[in-house]
Design a protein around this ligand. Sequence first.
Ligand code: SF4
Ligand code: SF4
Length: 311
Amino acid sequence: MTGKTRRMGRVTAVRRVVQCALIVLFCLPLVAAGWGLLGGFSGGDAAVATPAEGVFYGSLASSSVGGVTLLDPLAALQVAASSRDLAPALMVGALPVLVAYGLVRGRAFCGWVCPVNLLGEATDWLRRRLGIEVRERAVPRHAKLGVAAAVVALSALVGVPVFETFNPVGAVNRGLLFGALAGAWTLVAVLVCDLLWSRRVWCRALCPMGGLYEALGRAGQVNVAIDHDACVQCDRCKAVCLADPVILEPALSGEDVIVRAGDCLVCGACVDACPADALRFRLGRPRKPASAPAACAPDPAAAPPPGPAAS
Ligand code: SF4
Ligand code: SF4
């Protein structure tokens, strides 16, 4: 195995560790409490400690870190809309999350944190292994912006935070923590659609959380940058893109120096796949060049794109 081959997949490996570590982090306080590791059980004489009294406790919708409450911004917006009350506590809980993802990259949540995306990546891998052919893009990727706006508007209309009643992220949380299957049907539907209908259709085009984070994504300071001189136009990056291959086109054509679309998950699959080291993460958001540097000519010696590859 060459050094270059060993380097391939490094970002994805780190990302897998982070994704799994976060799942463990969200499960641990309740599991530890169940075993009595965080304090006494009810029923004894000792004061009862609850997980909520620990350093960290919660779910992806609502958590407490060192006593500071953090809320999923889309859930907070739905609750505010459904209750017709812009409760300051809600906004204070959602603001740090919005600012953090806004600064980094909105959809870094999808690529590095969301357990549904992790399951979606596993489904994508399974689909390739089974040789199931599906459409690359059955639904336009920006549809999720409309879905996000729709769930907030509908929440205001019916007085219930509608997406939270069937949010598959919540279903994963409840399943992991309590073994609860309520809401699991949405998760199953998402994975079946990914497997049999269109590649990663939920995360790419339908998830309203992805829609909100896409809207934030255009301000993010962590970006994939391209070295046009190094690129050999082999399109391997497009074949593995978790968001949508089209988001790489402005960079590949020489129009831009970074992947600018708010859709980018900064997952690094393209960085890992590039055989020419032409893609790297960079901090900062350079302006789009006024005059586009010329994209290099395809290298006839470059290997053809391998088709959707394991991420
Ligand atoms: S452009 Fe690269 S980093 Fe962004 S979503 Fe696609 S593969 Fe991931
Ligand atoms: S994988 Fe690398 S060399 Fe191939 S098209 Fe993408 S950026 Fe260019």
